[in-house]
Ligand binder design. Structure first.
Ligand SMILES: [Zn+2]
Ligand SMILES: [Zn+2]
Length: 373
């Protein structure tokens, strides 16, 4: 790994060992070159994937994680044309821009997604922008590594937003919120009046609810065992909430509430038995979107004849099938119109409280923590 000579001082939350903790340390961030953008962070969300990687998903360590950053552009490389110093930006995931799916505006299914988001270095030359006392530190996580006061992104994953928006809470639009809302709107291609069952009322599930409401979906049922989250789902526009602890036969209840079944279902739990129920809730030609991370050796427990009879479709979803340059402005349009109150999902913490914020999301005390700098 190599680093540039010219650099900026920053504070970063570094993970040195599997399981953490995050330790806030001083690092050097190389000046941006080429298509790179240096952003001073104002806020950054914590997403489930940050914790999966802290806990052993194969990323190299030491590493700076963080992939829901928002901030102000401080410097740009010589090839950047659409972003300028002083712009307010949301950072999203990285993509290669040269594979067939990137060419089709489907960067969430970039053939080189893993190398561009999880490798800890640039796939092109193995370099990183981060160093400490001359030793390289892994970065480039989701093309940003935004658990730091300064982050290096690329023009492709830097989305310019209006300066009158509350910048510090905008970061989660770049991953968790776009994954849920995009799951409903882009992946399932829901239309006005369509019905949806959402399994799991965490940040992604409730974002799917917000997306469905924004496009005037019909019946939206949220299945969630945490009563407080179920209550929030009702406030955010769920037509029905089912607590599986109180209603063991979830399938029968969904059919009863929806008049026979739903058009679409979305699993955010990653629990195979839940997915097996979800697939049975759908009307003919329904589609089940899978977002939750399953155990590595899990199979889908589904009856094939039942699927055949209904022409049931199943689709795994990455990043809500979003092209961030298009979908983040679309979500912000809904937000400004009062139809997409994603701020209701957010709890703020100071950057220094990163371990506390991570714990709060693991216990369920916080739905979407955002670290504020
Ligand atoms: Zn690609
Ligand atoms: Zn994420």
């Amino acid at each position: 790994m190599t680093t540039s000579v010219q650099s900026f001082k920053a504070s970063a939350a570094i993970v040195r060992n599997v399981g953490g903790p995050f330790t806030i340390e001083s690092i050097d961030v190389a000046a941006p070159s080429g298509d790179q953008v240096l952003v001073r962070m104002v806020g950054v969300g914590i997403c489930h994937t940050d914790l999966v990687c802290r806990d052993g998903f194969p990323v190299p360590m030491p590493i700076v994680l963080g992939h829901e950053g928002s901030g102000i552009v401080e410097a740009i490389g010589d090839k950047v044309t659409g972003v300028k110093v002083g712009d307010h930006v949301v950072l999203s995931f990285n993509s290669c821009q040269s594979c067939p799916n990137c060419a089709k505006s489907q960067p969430a299914y970039c053939y080189n997604f893993l190398a561009n988001n999880f490798a800890g270095v640039r796939p092109s030359d193995g370099s990183t922008s981060l160093a400490q006392n001359g030793a390289a530190v892994h970065g480039q996580f989701f093309g940003q590594s935004s658990f730091a006061t300064l982050a290096i992104a690329r023009e492709i994953n830097t989305v310019v937003i209006d300066k009158n928006l509350p910048l510090e809470i905008m970061g989660p639009l770049g991953c968790g919120i776009q994954t849920g809302a995009g799951g409903a709107v882009n992946s399932l291609e829901m239309q006005k009046g369509d019905s949806l069952a959402i399994f799991g009322g965490g940040a992604v599930g409730l974002s799917a609810l917000l997306g469905a409401r924004a496009i005037d979906a019909g019946t939206v049922i949220v299945i969630e065992p945490n009563a407080a989250r179920g209550e929030l789902a009702k406030q955010l526009g769920a037509t029905h909430v089912i607590n599986p602890k109180e209603t063991p036969d979830v399938l029968a209840k969904i059919k009863e509430l929806s008049g026979g079944g739903v058009n679409y279902a979305l699993d955010t739990t990653g629990i195979p038995a839940v997915m097996g129920v979800a697939i049975e809730t759908m009307l003919p030609r329904g589609m089940l979107g899978l977002i939750g991370v399953p155990p590595p050796d899990a199979n889908l427990p589904a009856n094939l004849m039942s699927m055949l009879i209904r022409g049931a479709r199943v689709k795994y979803i990455t990043e809500g099938d979003s092209n961030p340059q298009e979908f983040i402005p679309r979500m912000l349009g809904w937000y400004k119109a009062g139809k997409f109150p994603f701020d209701r999902l957010i709890s703020k913490f100071r950057f220094e409280q990163i371990n506390e914020a991570a714990h709060a999301t693991e216990t369920g005390a916080a739905i979407k923590p955002v670290l504020v700098f």
